[in-house]
Design a protein. Structure first.
Ligand code: HAM
Length: 417
């Protein structure tokens, strides 16, 4: 039996990096004033249908099913729609600043950095259209990559303008696609449904056509242009380097105004987006809620870790075990001693099943622990335990049984590793 196609198991010790990445993100998001939002892993099909009638994610990649009550549900393919659904349902005061950690499901053709289940860390600010918020959300993500130690990351930004902008631009673009109907072939249908969908294609035979396509930036309304200008000024003020990417339109239908993507220079171009997001000023209304201009991002954990590997940063943390208890006499004190060590904040383990002395020492060595705490017959009689230093040449010593937890604790606090 193997995990389903395109889905990964994450085992220890690799999973320790996940804890690391998630903890850093959680701490950073909380420092920026965002609270954790947990939504169900499935939601109503309609919640996701709205995010992209013309996108592959919705048309071809959704894991949807009918439940026992006859409801059409889907495994979450992305994180923004459930957040907006929760906002519309609960109507919290705005700006509503939330972060999340969630698996997403897309039936893609699996390859390195592209999976059928991937995990995203994300953040959203619902109910405010201040460009300062756009800058804050980018700063949250940009600085997070810095905290992980990533440096080969490019920030691409663009503006998709308001409804008026996009309306005008769509017409111009569609006319341009029609003039290239032969080259577009079967994709012409998609171009008719949503002319923007063709723009960020990576097909090499379209490169020339794409490069010469009319640019959204030239059609921005005054208000959209002013908003985008403020975002750029805000990024400059914080020293965040960015590039304007005129063809960046992102893969969901909900995007409006500011959009951005973070590309790792250490990954293959086809899967180099380690994070992306943008404004979606109309989605709450489209879901039957009040007007609530909003912005957010999602960042894939698997890809982030691939980028860390490629840059040689954030290695798997070394084992954090402090003590390994070796019981040479089979006394009931082992469980009590372990409990004392663990309750005093030390990481401690043991072997099970009445292992021989040799096997227990071998297990202690493999465990990566700093000390072996040995309960021997003679020592037990004298009310002491022996301490062997597994990571250094220091000579073995004896410590009074009732003092061992405090003795180890003090040494750990003085020199944590
Ligand atoms: P997205 O660009 O589809 O946006 O995904 C965000 C990130 O998730 C990508 O940059 C990438 O790192 C990762 N990712 C996406 N698909 C896969 C996959 N198949 N395998 C591995 N990693 C993947 C969204 O999902 C939007 N909800 C982002 C957003 C939030 N926009 C506004 N707010």
């Amino acid at each position: 039996m193997r995990a389903p196609k395109g889905m990964l198991d994450v085992l220890p010790p690799e999973s320790a990096r996940w804890i690391d990445v998630i903890t850093r993100f959680a701490s950073r998001a909380e420092r920026f004033g965002y609270g954790l939002l947990l939504t169900p892993i499935v939601d109503h099909y309609e919640v996701f249908a709205r995010v992209g009638a013309t996108t592959d994610v919705v048309r071809k990649q959704m894991y949807d099913f009918v439940d026992r009550g006859g409801r059409r549900l889907a495994l979450r393919p992305e994180g923004t729609a459930p957040v907006v659904r929760a906002y519309v349902q609960h109507r919290p005061p705005t700006p509503w600043k939330v972060w999340y950690l969630a698996p997403n499901f897309r039936a893609e053709q699996p390859q390195a950095g592209r999976y059928r289940q991937h995990w995203q860390l994300g953040a959203e600010v619902i109910g405010i259209d201040d460009p300062d918020v756009d800058v804050e959300i980018i700063e949250l993500l940009w600085g997070f990559y810095g905290e992980l130690g990533l440096s080969d990351v490019r920030l691409l930004v663009n503006s998709m303008g308001d409804a008026e902008t996009r309306g005008r631009y769509r017409e111009v673009l569609l006319a341009y696609w029609r003039a290239h109907e032969t080259l577009l072939g079967a994709e012409m249908e998609r171009a008719e449904a949503n002319p923007l969908r063709i723009l960020d294609s990576k097909r090499s035979d379209w490169l020339d056509m794409l490069e010469r396509a009319p640019q959204l930036g030239e059609y921005l309304s005054d208000a959209s242009a002013a908003h985008f200008e403020r975002v750029q000024e805000g990024l400059q003020a914080l020293g965040i380097a960015f590039e304007i990417a005129p063809r960046l339109v992102r893969g969901f239908d909900y995007y409006t105004s500011t959009v951005f993507e973070l590309a790792s220079g250490a990954l293959d171009a086809a899967q180099n987006a380690i994070g992306g997001g943008g404004r979606y000023d109309r989605l709450a209304q489209e879901m039957g809620g009040p007007a609530a201009p909003s912005i957010g991002f999602g960042s894939g954990i698997e890809r982030l870790l691939l980028a860390c590997d490629a840059e040689g940063v954030l290695p798997v943390p070394a084992t954090q075990l402090d003590a390994f208890v070796i019981d040479l006499v089979g006394v009931a004190d082992t469980a009590r001693l372990l409990a004392e060590l663990r309750e005093s904040g030390l990481a401690a383990d043991r072997a099970y099943g009445g292992r021989s002395t040799k096997k227990q020492f071998a297990a202690a060595g493999r465990s990566g622990a700093r000390w072996a705490v040995i309960i021997g017959a003679d020592e037990a009689k004298r009310g002491v335990v022996a301490v062997k230093f597994l990571r250094s040449e220091q000579p073995q010593c004896e410590v009074r049984r009732e003092e061992i937890a405090a003795w180890l604790r003090t040494r750990k606090d003085e020199a944590p590793t």
